[in-house]
Design a binder for this molecule. Sequence first.
Ligand code: SF4
Length: 233
Amino acid sequence: MTPENRPKRRAPAAVPTTQPRARGAAGVRAIFERFRAANPEPEGELEHVNAFTLLVAVVLSAQATDAGVNKATRKLFALADTPEKMLALGEERVRDLVKTIGLFRTKARNVIALCEKLIAEFGGEVPVTREALESLPGVGRKTANVVLNIAFGEITHAVDTHVFRVANRLRIAPGRNVLQVELGLEKAVPQEFGRHAHHWLILHGRYTCKALRPECGRCLQIDLCDSPDKRVA
Ligand code: SF4
C-alpha cells in the first residue's frame, strides 16, 4: 500500500473542554424567584432536635438517603440528644442503632469520636466556625456547610449530588467538581436567596430534576432550562 492510497486516519471526535457558560444575574434571579414562589420556606429533610443531632444526622447521611437516616435516628436521638448522652450509650449501642445505614461501623466510630472531641475541646457545644467543624471526626466541607446553614443561619451552599446536578443543568454555577460549583453558587446566588438556595436545589434535584429521568414536564424552570438533559415530550 502506497502512502497515497492508504486510508486517511480520522481525527478524534472533539471532546468539549470548556464548561457551559454560567447564566447571567437576571436569569439566576428568575430561577430563584420561581423556587421561592413555589416554596417560600424550604426545609432540610434530615430530622433533628438541636445543632448536635443535626451534626450527627449529617455525618450519618453520607451515601445514604435522608429517609433511611431518619428511620435510624428517631430511636437514637430519643436516647441521646447531647454528646454526653451519646458517649454514655457507647459505640456498640450506637452501631447497633444505626446498622441499617451504609458504612455504619465507621460512622458509629466517628460519632463517638466527635462527641469526645466536642466535650474535650468545645465544652460539649457544636462549634460555629467552618474550621472547628471540619476538625471533627467524620465532618467534611459539605457537612460543615449544612450545619452552618441550618443550625446557625449562615449563607453556605452544601453541594451534594443533587445540588451539583441542578446547578450544572440550570447553569447557575457550572463546575466540574463540587468545590467549583460551591464557589460558583457563592458568587451567583443573590444574597436574599442565600439561606434557602441549597434546599431549593436539593429538593428540585431529588424530586423533579432527577439524574436519569428528569421530570421536565412538571418542572417549574422548563422554559428557562437549556440543558442537553432536558426531556421534552
Ligand atoms: S427542564 Fe428538566 S433538566 Fe431542566 S431543570 Fe427542569 S427537570 Fe431539570
